[in-house]
Write a protein that binds this ligand. Structure first.
Ligand code: ADP
Ligand code: MG
Ligand code: MG
Ligand code: MG
Length: 401
């Protein structure tokens, strides 16, 4: 099999069979395509008799969104597999193992994580993950620190950044997160019942200034290798284990964008509790758990990142300039909070929504959740440059609720 074409299930099985050391040559393999088919095909291939299985993910040469289709580079399969391998070496155990990358077919074969659940669904179900804050703060601290100028030789970092330029996928983020929600763009999509909220976003100059500043950081601040799409749909989880998947948006950008993605998605679920929990006590309990997770993730991230810096910092000036570390960490927190807000706003009025809120069947509860997510998101965006402590995030969420 050679030139690129989207695989069918029979072809996927033939490729998987050739992988060394995974399946017996005569194994009876079963294959299902389990992706959502908008950007990529995801095949689950298993030998039920031997209880062995793998995932084969293949990039499609176009993105399909609400009936429209535009071309999208297959090179993102390389970026995804290279990012997974690098993340796996920096944060062992926190991403799936990669078994094979085939550039011609734009496919990656990786560890099957079907014994985990997608975290967005886990949170919707009201499951608690006591180890998550520890795991994700390690993932963030180690991947971000060791790909930044603080933890890696600067010439090496520049060369690495070149191979993760990723202009086409960055453009999607630039438009869908940092532009379209703030104007009456065709790509936007929202319930008619909250048109007043959408119009308020389009006419809020103070908000536009903050979003323009955050957008500028996303465009220009090549601080570290980001995952680039670190929402709760890109995290596989159990109460014991956390695995980050789907880094096809990886590029060198501002660290706060990845941290903010995690925090913003926990807060989207916080807003969705409006319709997910029937009893007030249950809702308040779970919201307290989510907010605790948010502060815990930041605190643990900060402690781990600083410990790495103290042990392994490679930049003399950054290591020794008085007050620099404190200033750096404060700016990271500010960025994380600003980007968390941007992530929330786009998920309510922009092109791609989240199931936490969209799947709420009670229209009144859904509308309350959408308005709450927008209140929290806007207040985080407006607050970002004034933040000195994570407690200000908690206060902002409480005032918006
Ligand atoms: P996309 O980039 O198209 O969003 P993802 O990598 O997020 O693709 O995968 C889409 C879905 O495929 C996931 O939500 C999950 O259900 C399934 N999937 C992806 N990777 C794995 C894996 N390693 N193990 C098990 N299922 C997976
Ligand atoms: Mg998808
Ligand atoms: Mg995905
Ligand atoms: Mg993806």
């Amino acid at each position: 099999m050679s030139a690129y074409h989207p695989l069918n299930e029979t072809e996927a099985i033939e490729i998987a069979r050739k992988l060394e050391g995974v399946f017996q040559p005569d194994a009876k393999l079963a294959c299902r395509e389990i992706g959502d088919g908008n950007l990529n095909l995801v095949f689950h291939i298993a030998d039920p008799a031997a209880q062995s299985s793998i995932i084969l993910k293949q990039a499609l040469p176009y993105a399909k969104v609400v009936g429209e289709s535009w071309p999208l580079t297959l090179d993102r399969a390389r970026i995804e597999s290279e990012a997974l391998i690098l993340e796996g070496s920096l944060a062992p155990g926190l991403v799936p193992n990669v078994y094979l990358y085939d550039p011609e077919l734009a496919l990656t074969i990786m560890e099957d994580l079907s014994d985990h659940v997608i975290m967005r669904q886990g949170l919707i179900n009201g499951t608690r993950y006591p180890l998550f804050a520890g795991h994700i703060s390690t993932f963030l601290a180690r991947t971000l620190f060791f790909t930044s100028d603080l933890g890696r030789n600067q010439q090496e970092k520049k060369l690495l950044a070149r191979s993760f330029a990723n202009p086409e996928l960055c453009k999607i983020t630039e438009d869908l997160i940092f532009d379209d929600p703030y104007r009456d763009a065709d790509t936007n999509s929202f319930d008619e019942s909250i048109r007043d909220e959408a119009q308020a976003l389009w006419n809020d100059g103070e908000l536009h200034l903050e979003v323009a500043l955050l957008r500028e950081k996303f465009l220009t601040h090549g601080q570290a290798l980001l995952h680039g799409d670190l929402h709760t749909g890109s995290i596989f989880i159990t109460p014991e284990s956390t695995k980050v998947i789907d880094p096809e948006f990886a590029y060198f950008g501002p660290m706060g964008f990845d941290i903010g993605a995690v925090l913003g998605n926990l807060l989207l679920n916080y807003a969705a509790r409006e319709g997910l929990d029937d009893a007030d006590a249950e809702r308040e309990d779970y919201r307290a758990y989510l907010l605790n997770s948010v502060t815990d993730i930041w605190s643990q991230f900060e402690a781990k990142f600083l410990a790495l810096w103290n042990e392994s910092g490679v930049d003399r000036m950054a290591n020794s300039a008085p007050g620099y570390k404190e200033n750096y960490m404060r700016r990271l927190l500010q960025d994380a909070i600003g980007f968390a807000g941007c992530k929330m706003v786009r998920r309510v009025v922009g092109l791609a929504h989240v199931a936490d809120i969209d799947k709420l069947e009670d229209a009144a509860a859904r509308e309350r959740a959408q308005r709450l997510a927008l209140r929290i998101g806007k207040s985080l965006i407006k607050l970002n440059r004034r933040v000195v402590s994570i407690d200000q995030l908690t206060d902002a969420v409480h005032s918006a609720s």
